[in-house]
Structures are given as C-alpha cells and as structure tokens.
Ligand binder design. Structure first.
Ligand code: 5GP
Length: 193
C-alpha cells in the first residue's frame, strides 16, 4: 500500500477552511493524547469487570471509536440514539429515545460515552432512564463539558476537556447534521440558528 500524497501537511483541509468553521478549540493531537489517558484510567478502574460502553448517537460515534480502542479490556459496545426537543443549538431537556439499547443492563458495569455536556439535562434524563434497568454500576465519560452551563448536578466520573460555553462542531459534533467529520473540535462561526 502506498501513502504517497497522504502525509499531513499542517494546512487546513478544505472542510476546515470553510467560513462557518471557526478556530480550533481542541486540536487533534490534544484529543488523541487525552483519550489515551482516559483509556488508561478506565482500563485500570475496570480491571476484572469489563464495562459495557454505551455511546450516545450520533455525536459520540467518533469519540467511542477512539476511546474504545484506548481501553485494554474486553469491553462490549452498544449505542442508543436520542433526540432532544428544542432549537438547533439549545436543548430543552425533554429527550426522546430514537434507538434503544440492544443488550440487557441488569448487573452490568455501564459506562456512558457522551460527546458534550451543556445544560446536562440530556445526560440527567439518560442516567435516570438507564438506572431504572438496574445496572451494577453506571458512570459517565464525557469528552467535553461546557463551563458554567450545567442546570443540574451531575456526577461525571471521566471528563476529557472543560471548554468555554460556545457552540462547537467537529469530531462527531454537528450543525444541522454537517461538519461531524472534521478531525478536531472547532468553534462554529456560521450564522446563528
Ligand atoms: P445538554 O442537554 O447537556 O444541554 O445538551 C447535550 C446535547 O446537546 C449534546 O449531546 C449535543 O448533542 C448537543 N450539544 C450541546 N452543546 C453542543 C455544541 O456546542 N455543539 C453541538 N454540535 N452539539 C451540542
């Protein structure tokens, strides 16, 4: 296999250079370094009781992909999809389960893998929903937490980064289903919706 022409140049890709894509908030190397650290901690904490990783679609798909490979345990992986009612950039806290889990949570050590916590209302709802299925334990690994925005008390066992309270895109996070496939986390510089 040849890699000629695919080496990183450091220049922004065409996608990153779009006017709606703002400054880098968390770079690709920062993401990868932190995810490696989280993976090591989770591997130590869950030694002897491999977790069931529950990803929240769609935003967490890329984080789940990298985090799961940083965990050196026979973890299981499942996904659920939720949609929050509210405007495009602000959640209302009322959550609809669009896709439920395929596996039983009873007596499992469940680790929820979440992309971003803003008000915390989505996660708070999800925790109550999952706890009702009587797992042995339920913890959360959130890649991003927006500073000063939480409207509920949350126990977040693992956090990747605390970021300023602005709307971000990339690394799984979208605006109107676009820009998820940017490699880093960027501020959204497009028109306010
Ligand atoms: P919360 O319920 O904590 O206010 O919002 C959580 C959900 O809102 C996240 O899972 C994500 O889907 C969406 N969200 C919150 N902040 C952002 C953001 O800055 N960018 C994007 N793309 N989605 C966000």
């Amino acid at each position: 296999m040849t890699t000629a022409g695919n080496e990183p140049t450091g220049a922004p890709s065409r996608l990153e250079a779009r006017p709606e894509v703002g400054k880098v908030i968390v770079s690709e190397p920062e993401l990868q370094a932190r995810i490696a650290e989280l993976g090591t901690r989770i591997t130590e904490d869950y030694a002897g009781r491999p977790p069931l990783l529950v990803g929240v679609l769609k935003g967490a798909f890329m984080f789940m992909s990298d985090l799961s490979r940083a965990i050196d345990l026979p973890a299981e992986i499942d996904f659920m999809a939720v949609s929050s009612y509210g405007s495009a950039t602000r959640t209302s806290g009322v959550v609809r389960i669009v896709k439920d889990l395929d596996v039983d949570l009873l007596d499992r050590d469940v680790l929820v893998v979440e992309d971003i916590v803003d008000s915390g209302l989505t996660l708070s709802y999800l925790q109550r929903y999952l706890l009702a299925r009587r797992p042995a334990s339920l913890e959360v690994c959130a890649l991003l937490v927006k500073e000063g925005q939480q409207r509920t008390t949350l126990d977040l066992r693992y956090v990747g980064f605390h970021i300023p309270a602005e709307f971000v895109v990339g690394y799984g996070l979208d605006v109107d289903e676009r820009l998820r496939n940017i490699k880093a986390i960027h501020a959204y510089a497009g028109p306010a919706s």
